[in-house]
Write a protein that binds this ligand. Structure first.
Ligand code: NI
Length: 254
């Protein structure tokens, strides 16, 4: 069954039918979901969802666009939250030079502090990186002594960069973008990366796969991503779903 390793079901886009949708996930072939925080508020909402649904787990962390809200007190709150048995990762954390909402130095400071938190709590991290390929790789490489594990979420960089992350033991998070016509680079990465280091994700409500592109995404639509990956790997899509599920459980310790 499907493991959606990165979802945002706390988003407003699900306010109308969140409970109906989540209650139907099992029947739609979804076994596990990790709901990922992007701010203090959404981290807290992620834990609440995980407490309500047995098959939902949470990640807590502050996205690079939101690090302006962080201070050491808030970091301590993340630490307290991460002690919950339903919290399985620190994230999403990283660098975003596309939206460029916060100064790069500030983004780097809190990325490092949250990587250190992941190390301290012995949790994997979920890395968000957009238009920040070099700095992200430099920071993750420099953090090697921390012995971190994790996912490079919504992987969007080159095969050369992928090689570096894979060699350090990271997983690549692949979602709806793989089904887009213009996703040539990601298809090359998907061909290159071993299935044992790929996890599937929605980033829902965003990034719905074809034929739902532009519409609201949800975990059941990962089946379309699995099909696209299966075609690239030339294996049955059931095998893609099974192996990526195992990868997710191994990484998140579920
Ligand atoms: Ni996300």
């Amino acid at each position: 069954m499907i493991f959606d390793t990165h979802a945002h079901f706390d988003d407003d886009a699900f306010d109308e039918d969140r409970d109906d949708l989540l209650s139907g996930m099992r029947d739609a072939g979804v076994e596990y979901i990790v709901n990922v925080g992007a701010s203090m508020a959404s981290s807290e909402r992620s834990i609440k969802l995980a407490e309500k649904y047995q098959f939902v787990y949470a990640a807590v962390g502050v996205h690079p666009d939101e690090v302006g809200e962080l201070d050491e007190g808030k970091l301590n709150q993340l630490r307290e939250w991460s002690k919950s048995p339903k919290v399985k990762a620190i994230g999403e954390i990283g660098l975003d030079y596309y939206w460029d909402k916060e100064k790069h130095d500030l983004q780097k400071h809190w990325f490092l502090r949250q990587m250190e938190l992941a190390h301290e709590m012995q949790l994997p991290m979920i890395v968000h990186s957009r238009e920040a390929a070099k700095d992200t790789l430099d920071m993750v490489t420099a953090a090697k002594p921390l012995g971190l594990s994790g996912i490079i979420h919504c992987y969007s960089y080159s095969v050369e960069q992928a090689r570096e992350y894979l060699n350090m033991g990271y997983y690549l998070g692949i979602g709806g973008v793989l089904t887009f016509k213009n996703a040539k680079k990601l298809k090359e990465v998907a061909e290159y990366a071993p299935l044992s280091q790929i996890v599937l994700e929605t980033d829902c409500p965003y990034l719905a796969p074809v034929p739902f592109r532009g519409k609201r995404n949800d975990s059941s639509k990962i089946a379309y991503v699995a099909e696209a990956l299966a075609a690239i790997k030339q294996v049955p899509s059931e095998e893609v779903i099974r192996i990526t599920n195992e990868n997710g459980r191994k990484l998140y310790n579920i």
